[in-house]
Write a protein that binds this ligand. Structure first.
Ligand code: PLP
Length: 383
């Protein structure tokens, strides 16, 4: 079946008792067992270990990514944490994209290092630098592509080859493009991670995460962490995300088309010094983006001439767009990563990886493209 059919129907069967077309919100702690010998015969025991509403979403996401299993989590960060806990331990080492969501960097540098795990932040745009970072004790390579917020892309196939040769798990944070545009398993990766908070939900209604595994062995390791750490998604969040997913491809296509128009507009503005959007021919990795994904997504960034001061003026005055964290929603959002999403990344590290002070991140929503462009034009006029 095609993606549009699967995003609606995969994982969902009408409720056997009532015929309810939507999977109900199974708001329950426990599940009554028919007898001691038939324990687990209906598949559920306790809602930390599994819940039917969450299960429906897990089945859907596993189907969309082409994996054997998906485990859903309370947030995208708990999904990333689960991957780290599943594959890393004291004395082991992980290679992480040098540009990644600030929370991923914080989890590595401020928490997991306390438990004796070592990290190298390597330039994901250069497979040689990823290969050079791999050591004898490397157990995991985690790449985020396109990366938040610089949009730097990693060649998933090239890094997967490096991982395979070294016997290391390659996990890809696929939040920005979703399986509609990018399928990491087809390019050789082992694990795909999502902050479902973003495009899967799409409506700024929830926070959630997902880890999809290509192999049963990896899936088992992730499930063990989901249950042991008590980090499963709640049934209400799963239900809302199940509904959001049904329009994923339609939203992504419309938002990406707007993003292309907005990036083109911004590139022509004399007050804008640079624009980074994978769909632009001027984007340094335009060829890679075209090769490994079927769409460019709806995230971009730009810098206003005059740097931070001018960028702040634009962000403080813009209409239609909301100044807020999050991305991937139907509402267009504008964010200043240096003071917001990536504030915990040290200034020197930010400078090293290209998160410049004047970077304005834009998550293009589903409003009329002209309204979004006019609002940007009016805000630029005030700079
Ligand atoms: N991965 C990426 C690429 C993100 O942008 C984010 C959040 O912005 C996360 C993971 C973390 O997700 P959450 O905020 O749902 O914990």
């Amino acid at each position: 079946m095609g993606f549009r059919t699967r995003q609606i129907h995969a994982g969902v069967t009408p409720d056997p008792q009532t015929g309810s077309i939507l999977t109900p919100i199974y708001q329950t702690t426990t599940y009554v067992q028919p007898s001691v010998d038939e324990y687990l015969s209906k598949g559920f025991t306790y809602s930390r270990s599994g819940n039917p509403t969450v299960k429906a979403l897990e089945l859907k996401l596993a189907d969309l990514e082409g994996g054997v299993d998906c485990a859903c989590f309370g947030t995208g960060m708990s999904a990333i944490q689960a991957v780290m806990l599943a594959f890393l331990s004291a004395g082991s080492h992980a290679v992480i994209s040098d540009v990644a969501y600030g929370g991923t960097y914080r989890l590595c540098t401020k928490i997991l290092t306390k438990f004796g795990v070592e990290f190298t932040f390597a330039d994901g745009s250069n497979p040689d630098s990823v290969a050079a970072a791999v050591r004898k004790n490397t157990k995991l390579i985690l790449t985020e592509t396109p990366a938040n917020p610089t949009m730097k892309c990693t060649d998933i196939a090239a890094v997967s080859k490096i991982a395979k040769k070294a016997g290391v798990v390659h996990a890809v944070d696929n939040t920005f493009l979703t399986p509609y545009y990018q399928l990491p398993f087809e390019l050789g990766a082992d694990i795909s991670i999502h902050s479902t908070t973003k495009y899967m939900d799409g409506h700024n209604a929830t926070v959630g995460g997902a880890v999809i595994s290509k192999s049963a062995e990896h899936a088992k390791a992730v499930r063990f962490i989901q249950n042991s750490t008590g980090s499963i998604m709640s049934p209400q969040v799963a239900w809302l995300t199940l509904q959001g997913c049904k329009t994923l491809s339609i939203r992504m296509d419309a938002q990406s088309a707007s993003a292309m128009a907005i990036a083109t507009f911004l590139e022509a503005q004399p007050k804008v010094s640079q624009v980074m959007y994978p769909g632009l021919k001027s984007f340094p990795q335009h060829e890679l983006s075209t090769r490994q994904a079927s769409g460019y997504g709806a995230m971009l960034w730009f810098e206003v001439k005059g740097g931070l001061k001018a960028g702040k003026k634009l962000m403080d005055n813009i209409k239609v767009w909301s100044l807020a964290e999050n991305l991937g929603s139907v509402e267009s959002l504008i964010t200043h990563p240096v003071t917001m999403t990536h504030a915990d990344v040290e200034p020197a590290e930010r400078a090293r990886v290209g998160i410049i002070d004047g970077l304005v991140r834009a998550s293009v929503g589903l409003e009329d493209t002209d309204d979004l462009i006019n609002a940007l034009g009016a805000a630029l006029d005030q700079v």
